[in-house]
Design a protein around this ligand. Structure first.
Ligand code: TXA
Ligand code: MG
Length: 347
């Protein structure tokens, strides 16, 4: 019997591969994960090696049901329990005190572990048949755009990842909401598709952002989720002006907007991603990949609206734009365009 697009035999082969210490890419409702047996440190090390990811960035352990929590977590705060009840299975990751047996390679040597129960039939089936935890980051090279289709995983890794379960397009399209539930209270470390109001309705004490006095938040580097082409976020009213400055020099520009272009331009590749935050989020990474292939000098992204429905999209867009590449809009755009790619500009 097939589950979605994945045959039962493929699930069984993937389980055997995991048991043999190999990596398996699999779909979740957020993005595709690159999975390894979470009880096999050598297998988990392969993930870091193949992604080019620093060992200080811990990985999420995926389980099929909260009944397996105590294998990984030694303490769930009351807030963590409420969040798990409300949103699991789903696009939520909880950070809690780790159980003693959890390997340092998963936690980056910290005393905490990140855990998630995904809501996707293929992920559920795989976890259930495997019967253990699967450690999995997003199935992309370090710092690159996350995959939301099986073909994206193949683009990232080619033959390096033998097992890729194809569950079609991910419905959410952005990585899970990560909430730390430790002694300093519940805190959103990474916004996702669950809005802050939805979280607050379950846990009123929740706060946005990491504890400012915490020593470090792993994985919170500002540059992340990036295409190869530099990305810049531009206010809607300046979009055509900035684009025209580039294309006047016959340089190609790729644009991700929420409306059609105001002017025709032979040097632009324009995607109108629409005004619905859920649809925009679902297509965001595939759109960035498409625009990355346009051989453009720059990807201009129309700034998204204010408001919490756009929090996760805004967060990913901010991170996919390289820090040195932020335009100051008071500055003369023509001068900035002329300098672009020169010293101090993106490379
Ligand atoms: O939706 C998702 O969360 C996807 C799917 C595959 O589940 N996974 C994902 O994993 O986005 P990854 O590794 O790309 O991002 C997980 C983030 C990283 O920034 C990592 O540093 C952080 O979670 N993280 C993992 N363990 C942590 C911990 N113990 N404390 C704080 N942050 C942690
Ligand atoms: Mg990732």
């Amino acid at each position: 019997m097939a589950i979605g697009r994945v045959l039962q035999q493929e699930i069984q082969e993937a389980v055997e591969a995991l048991r043999a210490g190999e990596l398996v890419a699999f779909p979740t409702e957020t993005v595709y994960g690159l999975g390894a047996n979470a009880n096999n440190p050598d297998a988990v090390r392969k993930i870091f090696r193949i992604k080019g990811r620093p060992s200080t960035h811990p990985v999420i352990v995926h389980i099929d049901h909260p009944r397996y929590l105590q294998r990984w977590v030694r303490e769930m705060t009351p807030e963590a329990k409420k969040l798990a009840d409300a949103f699991w299975p789903g696009p939520l990751t909880l950070v809690a005190k780790r159980a003693p047996a959890v390997n340092d390679v998963i936690t980056g040597g910290q005393d905490t572990v990140a855990i998630r129960v995904p809501n996707h039939p293929v992920a559920q089936q795989l976890l259930n048949a495997f019967g253990g935890g699967i450690a999995a980051p997003s199935a992309n090279r370090y710092g690159h755009v996350s995959p939301t289709r099986a073909e994206h995983v193949r683009e990232e890794f080619g033959d390096e990842v033998k097992w890729v379960l194809d569950g079609g397009d991910c419905k959410v399209g952005l990585e899970s909401t990560i909430i730390s539930c430790l002694a300093d209270g519940p805190r959103v470390l990474r916004p996702g598709s669950i809005s802050f109001s939805q979280l607050k309705a379950v846990v009123p004490t929740i706060q946005m952002g990491p504890n400012p006095s915490a020593p470090r938040v792993p994985g919170s580097t500002s540059r992340h989720y990036s295409p190869t082409t530099p990305v810049n976020v531009v206010p809607s009213r300046r979009l055509e002006t900035v684009m025209n400055e580039f294309t006047a020099n016959h340089e190609k520009v790729a644009v991700l907007a929420q409306r059609p272009p105001g002017t025709a331009n032979p040097f632009m590749t324009w995607i109108n991603a629409g005004i619905r935050p859920d649809v925009y989020a679902r297509n965001l990474y595939a759109n960035l990949r498409t625009l990355d292939k346009a051989s453009a000098k720059i990807i201009l992204v129309e700034e998204v609206p204010e408001g919490e429905k756009w929090d996760a999209v805004r967060d990913r867009l901010r991170r996919s734009a390289s820090a040195e590449n932020i335009v100051t809009y008071d500055q003369d755009i023509a001068a900035w365009v002329a300098d672009f790619g020169e010293e101090g500009g993106p490379t």
